[in-house]
Design a protein around this ligand. Structure first.
Ligand code: SF4
Length: 274
């Protein structure tokens, strides 16, 4: 047997789920195409309950377990402590690296792996997780097959799973305090999970040395955002923006038919938000 044949015989097929609609739809799409697929979820420990519930349902549909892995003994709070409370941000995304990429690459080890990524054909500018490890080869089935956002939603609806319920107030998966959230999503968190909103508030502390305030959103603390008049303002701005977008689009897309959620807004993190 040639080395290429040995490699392809031993090759593992792995699909990393984020708990979001695209990677979930990809799992559904690939279930019968790649029967020996392994499914894995890198759990940050700061996910929404809805995400865990959805993964449980997906597991039943897939008929095999979704491996749930974490970053060993160092959780988000430990990592934050080491960084003196300096919160992650789009520029300093250490959380993705330590809570998603490192555990995923550890799970794969040195094996030859095809890693399936849920980037869609209508988001060519999005890059997705591409490992620098030579044994990990990425594949983008939705791009290869030309599947777009409405196809993804249809795949989930046809499977009976539907989209995860948090899309009613949030446009992407990930930690409940993710700094990629739009202000209207923070309002969604406040109204849907006030306990988690309060938890997120606790992370916003002034730096004891510089006095500089660490906040999840630039130039606005969650205490300020939670004020009733500010909440009303954010909601009104969002409503206006959606009306303007709908007018520009001319007709409703499937995403809009599903309610407030499912619009991709900003792309966010391609590891956590697929
Ligand atoms: S979801 Fe957001 S906060 Fe959580 S690990 Fe990903 S980028 Fe970081």
């Amino acid at each position: 047997m040639s080395s290429t044949e040995i490699e392809s015989k031993n090759r593992r097929h792995v699909l990393a789920l984020s708990g979001g609609k695209d990677s979930s739809a990809l799992a559904v799409y690939m279930r019968d195409r790649v029967p020996d697929m392994e499914y894995v979820f890198c759990d940050t420990g700061k996910e929404l309950k809805e995400t865990y519930d959805y993964l449980d349902k997906l597991e039943v549909f897939l008929g095999k377990p979704i491996a749930r892995i974490q970053n060993g003994s160092m959780g988000f709070d430990d990592l934050l402590r080491i960084r003196n409370g300096f919160l992650p941000s789009p520029q300093q995304r250490w959380c993705t690296e330590y809570l998603k990429i490192v555990p995923y690459e550890r799970y794969i080890g040195e094996d030859w792996v095809t890693s399936y990524v849920g980037i869609r054909a209508d988001e060519p500018e999005r890059k997705g997780y591409i490992s620098t490890k030579p044994n990990i080869k990425p594949r983008f089935p939705f791009v290869e097959d030309g599947l777009m956002r409405d196809d993804v939603i249809r795949i989930l609806e046809d499977s009976g799973l539907g989209v995860p319920s948090y899309y009613e107030w949030r446009s992407r998966s990930g930690c409940y305090f993710c700094f990629y959230q739009q202000r209207r999503e923070w309002v969604g968190l406040l109204e849907t999970h006030p306990d988690l909103f309060r938890e997120a508030m606790k992370y916003e502390k002034p730096d004891p040395v510089s006095g500089k305030r660490y906040t999840w959103i630039q130039n606005e603390s969650l205490t300020e955002l939670a004020k009733p008049e500010r909440v009303a303002e954010i909601k009104a701005e969002y409503k206006k923006r959606r009306a303007r977008e709908a007018e520009l689009a001319g007709n409703a897309s499937l995403g809009e038919v599903f309610g407030t959620g499912c619009e991709d807004e900003e792309m966010g993190c391609t590891v956590c938000h697929l």
